[in-house]
Write a protein of this length. Structure first.
Length: 267
């Protein structure tokens, strides 16, 4: 591995860590495209996306673990929402990995980009009214079944795409369940720790680790993950300090860009 490769992978980790902490999207949206480019020629075209997204899930675990520690410390989450969303998210990879085996990359990416683009537009124009003390006037919906379904959908998307699923979970929580947007980011970071482990387990059983030498897999994973250590908690700090209106517009714009990126990748 050349020095420029090391710099590229480490820089990818810096960006992935920041996005995980600031927007709760795990960093896979950065890692997957870079890894597809990096592994091209080393891994066959039929297995390229699967291998890249599998390494990305490992990066999501590293970035989310670092970011979630800060979110927990700052209380930037809803405690009641964690268990049902985590439960759904660790079961989601079961249908997600099954779908990987029967539906081609293009159709999976198209579905993901369509759902995310609609949610991103809604986030951009989101208007959560607050009282004089800064609390949401309309209380968040803590219905166990709806939270479980949110986690299940997020886990399925994560296993299908390898990007962590936070880019779908955050808009669902904020738009559909009326959660505070910033606390939705905190929940996503915490949930993705568990979800990424479940997704990686599923990838093992479908042979996603078999297409490159384990030493190469481990080297790439460690270099990107090292970068996330320097930026994930900074992203959380910036998330908490950002003004709601500014954060909402940045989040909506980034989620929409992710949707467009996935559409381009599909076609």
């Amino acid at each position: 591995m050349q020095f420029t490769d090391i710099i590229i992978l480490f820089s990818t980790g810096l960006a992935a860590g920041f996005l995980s902490g600031y927007l709760g999207i795990g960093g896979g949206v950065i890692a997957v495209p870079v890894l597809v480019y990096f592994l091209e020629g080393t891994v066959g075209s039929c297995d390229l996306f699967l291998t890249a997204s599998t390494i990305s899930l490992g990066v999501v675990f590293a970035a989310s673990s670092n970011a979630s520690f800060k979110h927990l410390k700052e209380g930037n989450y809803y405690k009641k929402a964690i268990f049902p969303v985590v439960l759904g998210s660790v079961l989601g990879p079961i249908p997600g990995n099954f779908i990987c085996g029967i539906i081609c990359d293009r159709n999976r990416m198209f579905f993901f980009s369509l759902v995310l683009s609609l949610l991103a537009i809604r986030i951009f124009f989101l208007d959560h009214e607050r009282d004089d003390e800064g609390n949401l006037k309309k209380s968040p919906n803590f219905n166990f079944f709806l939270l479980f379904l949110s986690g299940l959908f997020m886990g399925t998307i994560s296993a299908m795409t390898g990007i962590g699923g936070g880019s779908v979970l955050v808009p669902i929580l904020a738009v559909i369940l009326n959660f505070d947007l910033k606390k939705s980011v905190g929940i996503a970071a915490i949930v993705m720790v568990f979800n990424s482990i479940a997704s990686l387990g599923g990838r093992y059983f479908i042979g996603a680790f078999d297409h490159i030498p384990f030493s190469m897999f481990l080297t790439i994973f460690l270099l990107i993950s090292l970068g996330t250590l320097f930026t994930a908690q900074f992203g959380v700090k910036l998330n908490i300090k950002s003004k709601d209106d500014t954060f909402k517009k940045i989040a909506g714009a980034v989620y929409f860009i992710v949707a467009v990126q996935m559409y381009i990748k599909a076609y």
